[in-house]
Design a binder for this molecule. Structure first.
Ligand code: FA5
Length: 340
């Protein structure tokens, strides 16, 4: 019995090393451990053995060794198969184009850049200014003392420390005059905030672009020339505008420059509050108090300023009926500007 078991062991080792796949291993298992396999045959032979206990232990050890060896060989084959799969899989290639959608510039960015280009070509510099300002910058330096009724038109959001979110880009006028002195040609676009209810042409967060030109002999004719040039360059066609008197404490005289509503052609719609016109770019000759506060010699210099409603300009230029669409974050709406 002992010799037969040794013979089976060495036969198993040879066959195991020759087995190259799962099927061969299964055939080996059946040959040794199956109902009619070698182990079963040895068990039957126990009848004729004297020391049954010792022989039984040898048979059992053989059975356990065969089971363990087959299980180990199966595991080695399983891992090798995974390895092969991993090695043959397509490798990650960082140079391949991803499937993500390309983004686009926001229409307000597009409009801002276009207006900036126009003013750069006319010798203006571009300035950046804070969104959080103080009362002096936003109101007092602009000839709007505390308790002036003009403050009612521009309620905003106040911080605990008394600072506020700027209501208009005019809040930078004083700092820019102090920075450059006269003569001066500058534009300064920026985000503005107002605590007011929204509708198709009013947002609580919107963009303006302020412009200032200060030099000797600057008059209303210069102001009108620059406004006309800017509008004809932006729209690249004739757009109807009207100039009417307007009151702002920081200009004298002051004007409202309205654009004929490009959405309804002037017939009246929600985008223009049914008036056919949209207030776009108030402007005027800078008030001497404001110039003086900015350190400018009012005997020598005069200047004009304007506050272009950039978000409204983008509405009119791109035919956006509701100003709130700009801040909606809707990719469907924004994707239309990809090709621009
Ligand atoms: C001003 O803010 C003045 N600082 C403009 C100015 C500058 C006048 C320099 C004279 C000299 P007003 O509040 O009208 O003015 O706003 C200017 C423009 O910003 C408006 O004509 C409009 O186009 C835009 N605007 C104002 N409020 C809103 C709002 N809630 N939503 C969208 N656009 C607005």
């Amino acid at each position: 019995m002992k010799e037969r078991i040794e013979e089976l062991r060495s036969g198993f080792s040879l066959a195991l090393s020759a087995a190259t796949d799962d099927a061969a291993l299964e055939a080996l298992r059946v040959e040794y451990l199956g109902k009619k396999g070698h182990v079963a045959e040895l068990m039957k032979g126990l009848r004729d053995v004297e020391d049954k206990k010792a022989a039984g232990q040898l048979i059992n050890t053989l059975k356990c060794d065969v089971e363990a060896a087959i299980a180990e060989a199966k595991e080695i084959m399983r891992r090798a198969a995974i390895d092969r799969k991993v090695r043959s899989a397509k490798k990650y290639n960082p140079t391949l184009e991803g499937g993500a959608e390309l983004g686009s510039y926001h229409p307000i960015t597009l409009a801002t850049r276009e207006v900036e280009e126009i003013f750069i070509s006319m010798g203006f510099t571009i300035e950046n200014y804070n969104e959080i300002v103080n009362d002096y910058q936003c109101f007092e330096a602009l000839n709007i003392p505390k308790h002036h009724p003009a403050r009612d038109m521009q309620d905003t959001y106040y911080l605990d420390n008394g600072q506020l979110l700027k209501t208009h880009t005019s809040a930078a006028q004083n700092a820019i005059m102090k920075k450059y002195g006269a003569p001066l040609r500058a534009i300064f676009p920026g985000r503005c905030f107002r605590n007011e209810s929204t509708d198709a042409c009013h947002e609580n967060t919107f963009f303006q672009m302020e412009g200032m030109m200060i030099d000797e002999n600057i008059s209303i004719s210069n102001l009108i020339y620059f406004m006309k040039t800017m509008l004809s360059e932006v729209f690249k066609r004739d757009v109807k505008v009207r100039l009417r008197p307007g009151f702002f404490p920081f200009v004298e005289p002051g004007f409202e420059l309205d654009i004929n509503c490009e959405i309804c052609g002037g017939e009246g719609c929600p985008s223009c509050k049914n008036s056919g016109w949209l207030e776009l770019c108030p402007c005027g000759m800078i008030h001497p108090n404001v110039l003086r506060e900015g350190g400018i010699d009012t005997e020598k210099y005069t200047g004009f300023a304007f506050g272009l409603g950039l978000t409204r300009l983008a509405m009119m230029k791109y035919g956006v009926k509701d100003i709130r669409d700009f801040n909606s974050g809707s990719l469907k709406a924004l994707s239309q500007f990809k090709s621009i």
